[in-house]
Design a protein around this ligand. Sequence first.
Ligand code: HEC
Length: 157
Amino acid sequence: MKILKKILVALLLVLIAMQFYRPDKNSAETDLKTAFLTETNPSAELQNIFESSCFDCHSNTTSYPWYNNIAPVSYWLADHIKDGKKHLNFSEWETYSAKKKDHKLEEVIEMVGEGEMPLQEYTWTHNEAKLSEAQVAAVIDWAKKTRLLYQLGQQPE
Ligand code: HEC
């Protein structure tokens, strides 16, 4: 019993110590996503979808929930964001080649179509991020049309 108590106290101390280390926030001062928005021309409805369901992990600005102030949750969220941005970052759309943009949109069709995005862990706590069937269809429709533009070379590289 004594050992158990010591372990618990040690764990508590570790947990307290963790609170002093905060991962850097994903909060760019200017994050206009201009290239993405002007090139792919999403409707206002689609922009709302990206804003509430995707940009937290796939852009340079995340709006953080209060529990991000608590470690180790903060580490876990930072990890998701880093990983999400590595795969797809709408804020850096202008740095992608036309071929890469086309491929990323293909992935969007797949991921959203199969219900893999937005991540389930995210929709558990962000109810508004859940996509209805109509919203999924709208995203896929937009992505398909936009892919054609990139394939036909009608958009800047
Ligand atoms: C909570 C964070 C989070 C949210 C919200 C989120 N994603 Fe992701 N996304 C990730 C992570 C992490 C990965 C990489 C790991 C994986 O594939 O599961 C990823 C991967 C992807 C990929 C694959 C890219 C590639 O080339 O491999 C696409 C496409 C994608 N997400 C689109 C979206 C779209 C569209 C939305 C909104 C409808 C969205 N995601 C919402 C975290 C997120």
